[in-house]
Write a protein that binds this ligand. Sequence first.
Ligand SMILES: Cc1cc2nc3c(=O)[nH]c(=O)nc-3n(C[C@H](O)[C@H](O)[C@H](O)COP(=O)(O)OP(=O)(O)OC[C@H]3O[C@@H](n4cnc5c(N)ncnc54)[C@H](O)[C@@H]3O)c2cc1C
Length: 420
Amino acid sequence: MQPYSALSVIWNGLTGQRDWSRQWRDREPKSAYDVIVVGGGGHGLATAYYLAKNHGIRRVAVLERGLIGQGNAGRNTTIVRSNYMLPGNREFYEHTLKLWEGLSHDLNYNLMFSQRGHMALHFDPAGRDAWARRYNTLRMTGSDGRWLRRDEVRARAPYLNWSPDARFPIEGAFVQERAGTARHDALVWGLARAADARGVQIVQNCEVTGFIREAGEIVGVETSRGEIRAPKVALCVAGSTGPLAAKAGLKKLPLETHKLQAFVTEPLKPIVHTVVSSAQEGLFYLSQSDKGGLVFGGEIDGHPSYAQRGGPRIYSEVMEKAVALMPWISRVRVLRQWAGVLDMSMDGAPFICTTRVPGLYFNAGWNYGGFKATPASGWCYAHTIAKDEPHELNAAFSLDRFARGAMLDEEASGPTPRLH
Ligand SMILES: Cc1cc2nc3c(=O)[nH]c(=O)nc-3n(C[C@H](O)[C@H](O)[C@H](O)COP(=O)(O)OP(=O)(O)OC[C@H]3O[C@@H](n4cnc5c(N)ncnc54)[C@H](O)[C@@H]3O)c2cc1C
């Protein structure tokens, strides 16, 4: 792999950009590997990268049914934060934020990770107390977070609605300064490039359609390009988990597939310098991309579906929320809108685990928060696959936690996937 450096940028600038090598190779599938990772999203690619890097396992294939990064990895609003409170979640998300802080250097690829801060607005004393509990927990466990008074929030975000008649009168906010945004396709390409350089084979347009079993064990997969064998098969297919896992014998999973929409406006001059979120009467989150577009979203569509498009109810709810928080936005044009297909779990927390089917490994349940989790998810999943047991960071993310009453219900929303 050709390393990226200031020198190589200058050299190529002087020589007509002719000396760049391909970032990664799209391979023909081989008949056998040591590990097959199903799904070429961020989590699948990160898993393959850390299998090679941390565990020296290089005969790894990532099988992707379409093109890498065309799932949720390339469809999200790129918010990265670690303001999770429950033991189990907290350590995992702090680990992912720490990995993010060194990931551009590790991958030798600019992920445009911008630690511009994440402000969670509150509008009344109950909201303040709930957030205070969370952010105090963060501070007491080695992460960062602090409270901003109304005037401090106003100084940072004068574009919000500060009118005395505002529908949502802002009282203050809790901020995590190390949080921020990153470039989603750069994460996919950076991981693909670094994994390829360590011997991982990325195979696109190769849909896994079934599993090969011998004596009750999974020993490979059936694909649109023929059979491929491996003693370890690791699922990483987000919203497609239910139907695919059922083919491997995992039925009745604690998951539902839902849709989440995102919206981008025409480019504006820099206005929004942090990520802003509000949980008042439904979720709303906002940031501004490096190209100037305001990127925002809200709740999931609310009914299970595999269709990669969103419905008008959420569209209008998100617009109402945007206008209530920033009345001037009614004069800005929305240029793009799309939806991704999410793997929503019963308690809002993910799964990274072995399964009762020998040879099958499970990674799913990322809800609407799996982009930030990508590095730690790959890191922990690679450990679980290599060692056949979870790392302590993902020990809580097991499939049997519901049977044991050990749910990780961060939002305290109960066993209703659409509410997490
Ligand atoms: C609109 C939206 C906004 C979001 N915003 C945020 C955010 O701000 N912050 C955050 O942290 N998270 C966010 N998320 C969530 C985040 O995008 C996902 O949790 C994360 O990207 C999941 O990554 P993944 O690699 O597991 O899934 P994906 O990127 O979806 O990858 C799964 C891959 O598996 C492939 N696949 C499926 N079936 C098969 C098969 N049978 N054979 C082979 N390949 C198969 C798919 O083609 C796909 O490429 C958002 C999601 C959406 C939709």
